[in-house]
Design a protein around this ligand. Structure first.
Ligand SMILES: Nc1nc2c(c(=O)[nH]1)N[C@H]1C(S)=C(S)[C@@H](COP(=O)(O)OP(=O)(O)OC[C@H]3O[C@@H](n4cnc5c(=O)[nH]c(N)nc54)[C@H](O)[C@@H]3O)O[C@H]1N2
Ligand SMILES: Nc1nc2c(c(=O)[nH]1)N[C@H]1C(S)=C(S)[C@@H](COP(=O)(O)OP(=O)(O)OC[C@H]3O[C@@H](n4cnc5c(=O)[nH]c(N)nc54)[C@H](O)[C@@H]3O)O[C@H]1N2
Ligand SMILES: [Mo]
Length: 754
């Protein structure tokens, strides 16, 4: 019997949209008071003080907000930012979702509620089971839940099982998770980075031989130039602004390359210095370059042309360390300035002006995030960025390098410890030797492939370690249909979200401890470890009383599933999870760079993982040199309609909506809005706040989303912006980046219907 109608998207709110003056100053007085209001409202004053004291201290927990590192030398205990505070507040809320809640609300009635409402219901407190055809989740014991999962997995083939990971999982949980998948017999490990920095991983691996960035936090003190490309740090990595401000104080320059001039890049006040009321803050960006959406490849090609024409390249570095230079040069001669100008939306003179600044730089860092990784040609664009760094020899040098700024606080660590759908032979061989299992060698599915194959009934069981796959993935309605076809979906979660209502035929919710909470196993107070965006592995120890006495830690949950499936041979699952030092010893045996893991991670601040291009430079590529890739200029311009990017507001954490405002962009009470250039509005006869429908077009198929309000905004002509996840219904599942298969969330071809 099918369930009642379940909505896959948040209902259209009839909100009272107001356009106000955007905050010009990031993380100033307002930021701090706002953050306190958030924690206070949700966890009460005692909770607030306790939480704030433990943030990012050596003996406290790692901020669940983002992957930006803390200063090596001092973790003051008050290293926090407004949005980090919102992330704690959301986790340390005093509200609870109990079994009664689920008997009040059926899944279909829950689905009629908004995304923000769902998160605000509080912490999940006990395991819940949704039987096939049922309308209500009902309580289930942990034991029965594990038995059910094991039964369903045993009843199917290993390739019909997938294990999704969201990037908050610790190294310990993620390592067990990957190992569990391989003991089951699959590399089906789709993860949030497939939708995030996968393009960076692919592009960096194939050019510099490591899928990560090559800078340390201290490099920002030495850099004479930092480019911030396709990234909005004021909202998504606020603590990065301190590093940029320090760079500037030491004489460095910062250039922001972005279709939008984001707050924070304009002016910033360090929250820790805040109470001293220092002036009006530091101006961060010395220059703002309003590139068109997906115009970055053209821009960096133009920069490279200028550098080569003017012989402003480090020839000895290029000779010693790279291959592909000659080919790159001849390829660039076929790229014409007229095309570069059209695609980037910038004049030749403007691009040469930026190139002249780059030519002067001895120590340049280039940072980027989702504005670069979520396009058709993202891998190529990142190759273009790396080429500009290679031309100037900006590797293996203090104050220089590539800096893909990671999102989720441990997304980088999860990949390092084996969350990978195409693991290397050396990793699998080491895992087999250390554990006694026989890992499969076949490539597994990524997130997009998981959805595509579920539509063809190729999946029976999907286990999710955190996250909200339904809302994070592109093509929401199609994704929902795919998930509905899976036999059993299991969500290991802290908070309620739409993936708990749009499920497989049967579903389980397994509530787990959050990062901030005390983890008292049989061996006493346990801690986990994480890796930040700069390759530092450090500890994170929760300090707050758990939200419910029925919660289990993530490693414990994974181990119990392993134990239910396989008992204790060859992996002693329960024994392993009892004491996380044992998991870490196993990681040390399997993954290079974790020597003396248990000892070194107990040092204040942890330790750096080795990084060839940074430490050498040494290149772990086929011919031991960095590769300069040459690609033709792909433009993916749209002839009719607009190129739409889907971005984050200041009041959300991915699919978790904290509030309906976007203070830095001057928006109150609305999320279904379209930022549009005033000249485009005039051309289309659209007035401010007019309601329009959005229609995306891909391979002749139309997808619609109705009732969006238009906001005039400073954005390049032909470009529009909307918020994720509301706009995900418009992103076709098949529209992905070449080479990384990442949904093209930042370039969606859209028509506007007035
Ligand atoms: N508070 C908060 N913090 C977060 C998150 C959150 O949701 N909330 N999410 C976390 C996660 S998982 C991630 S991955 C990061 C995301 O961090 P960001 O990448 O900063 O997030 P987005 O909002 O997607 O912003 C992308 C930026 O790229 C710009 N952009 C879009 N298209 C282009 C383009 O073609 N070229 C250029 N040059 N710029 C472009 C947009 O204008 C926007 O400023 O933040 C992490 N931190
Ligand atoms: N259109 C569009 N789509 C996008 C993006 C975009 O820019 N545009 N960005 C993409 C990016 S960069 C990312 S990373 C993905 C994010 O994809 P996901 O990581 O899947 O999504 P989140 O919204 O971060 O997941 C939030 C949920 O995680 C659970 N959770 C929180 N903390 C914990 C914890 O400690 N343990 C466990 N087990 N669960 C926890 C809570 O239940 C919460 O509801 O979305 C992607 N989707
Ligand atoms: Mo992300």
């Amino acid at each position: 019997m099918p369930r009642g109608k379940v909505r896959a998207t948040t209902p259209i709110e009839n909100e009272a949209l107001r356009i106000v003056r955007p905050s010009k100053l990031a993380a100033g007085v307002k930021g701090v008071t706002t953050s306190f209001r958030h924690t206070l409202a949700q966890s009460g004053i005692k909770g607030t003080i306790q939480t704030m004291r433990s943030v990012n201290r050596f003996d406290g927990f790692d901020c669940p907000g983002c992957a930006w590192p803390d200063p090596d030398d001092h973790r003051s205990g008050f290293e926090f930012c407004e949005n980090g505070a919102k992330a704690f507040a959301a986790e340390s809320t005093s509200r609870r979702v109990t079994a009664d809640f689920f008997s009040t609300y059926s899944v279909s009635s829950l689905s009629e509620q908004g995304d923000m409402w769902m998160d605000k219901q509080g912490r999940l407190t006990q395991p819940m089971y949704l039987a096939e055809g049922d309308e209500h989740y009902q309580a289930i014991t942990w034991e029965s839940a594990f038995a059910l999962i094991s039964e369903r997995i045993r009843a199917t083939d290993p390739e019909k099982v997938a294990l999704y990971t969201s990037g908050r999982a610790s190294n310990e949980a993620a390592f067990l998770w990957g190992t569990l998948a391989r003991q089951i017999g699959t590399n089906n490990l789709p993860d949030c980075s497939n939708m995030c920095h996968e393009s960076s991983g692919v592009a960096l691996n194939t050019s510099i031989g490591i899928g990560k960035g090559t800078v340390k936090l201290e490099d920002f003190d030495y850099a004479d130039l930092v480019l911030v490309v396709g990234q909005n740090p004021g909202t998504n990595h606020p603590r990065m602004l301190s590093a940029l401000a320090r760079c500037k104080r030491k004489g460095g320059s910062v250039i922001s390359i972005n279709p939008l001039e984001e707050t924070g890049m304009k002016r910033f006040k360090h929250p820790q210095e805040m109470l001293r009321m220092l002036g009006t803050g530091t101006t961060i960006a010395d220059d703002h370059v309003p590139v068109r959406i997906n115009g970055d490849s053209a821009l960096f090609k133009g920069i490279a042309k200028h550098l080569i024409e003017n012989n402003a390249v480090d020839s000895s570095f290029i000779d010693r360390h790279t291959v592909g230079f000659d080919n790159f040069v001849s390829n660039l001669t076929d790229v014409h300035w007229s095309d570069i100008e059209r695609v980037s939306g910038l004049t030749e003179e403007r691009i040469r002006e930026i190139a002249r600044i780059i030519a002067q730089s001895k120590r340049m860092v280039i940072c980027w995030a989702m504005g670069i990784t979520q396009h058709r040609n993202s891998v190529q664009t990142i190759h273009d960025i790396v080429n500009v760094l290679l031309l100037g020899g900006h590797f293996g040098r203090k104050g220089a390098g590539a800096c893909p700024v990671r999102g989720h606080s441990n997304v980088q660590g999860d990949r390092t410890v084996g969350i990978n759908h195409h693991p290397s032979e050396s990793f699998l061989a080491a895992l087999d030797a250390a554990t006694g299992i026989k890992s499969p060698r076949d490539r597994g599915v990524d997130s997009v492939q998981l959805i595509q194959r579920s539509l063809e009934d190729k999946f029976d069981v999907l286990l999710c370690l955190g996250g909200n796959l339904l809302s994070a993935m592109s093509d929401t309605e199609v994704t929902a249909q795919a998930l509905n076809r899976i036999g059993l979906t299991v969500q290991i979660s802290t908070k309620l979200n739409r993936s708990h209502v749009v499920t497989g035929k049967e579903a389980l919710i397994l509530p787990c401890l959050g990062r901030t909470e005390e983890d008292t196993g049989q061996t006493g107070n346990r801690f986990v470890t994480v890796e930040n965006s700069m390759g530092v592995v450090h500890s994170s120890r929760g300090t707050i009383k758990p939200a419910s006495n029925q919660l289990m830690s993530e490693p414990d949950i994974v181990a119990h599933i392993g134990n239910a499936l396989f008992g204790s041979s060859p992996i002693q699952w329960l024994n392993l999870a009892e004491d996380y030092d044992r998991i870490r010893s196993l990681i040390e045996d399997v993954i290079p760079g974790f020597d003396d893991y248990n000892a070194r991670v107990r040092q204040d601040g942890g330790f750096y993982l080795p990084n060839g291009p940074r430490d050498g430079p040494i290149w772990n590529t086929p011919n031991s040199k960095a590769v300069m890739h040459s690609h033709p200029l792909d433009s993916f311009e749209v002839e009719d309609g607009y190129t739409m990017m889907t971005i984050r507001s200041h009041d959300q954490y991915n699919t978790t909506i904290y509030g309906m405002d976007d203070r830095y962009r001057g928006i109150k009470n609305a999320r279904r809005i379209v930022f549009m250039n005033p000249e485009d509005m005039e051309k289309d006869g659209i007035i401010s706040q007019q309601e329009v429908n959005l229609i995306s077009i891909h391979n002749g198929i139309e997808r619609r989303a109705d009732q969006w309000k238009v906001i005039p905004y400073s954005i390049p002509k032909g470009n529009i912006a909307t918020y994720f996840p509301e706009a995900n219904v418009l992103i076709p599942l098949e529209s992905v980046a070449i080479g990384s298969n990442t949904p093209t969330s930042k370039s969606v071809h859209v028509r506007i219907e007035a």
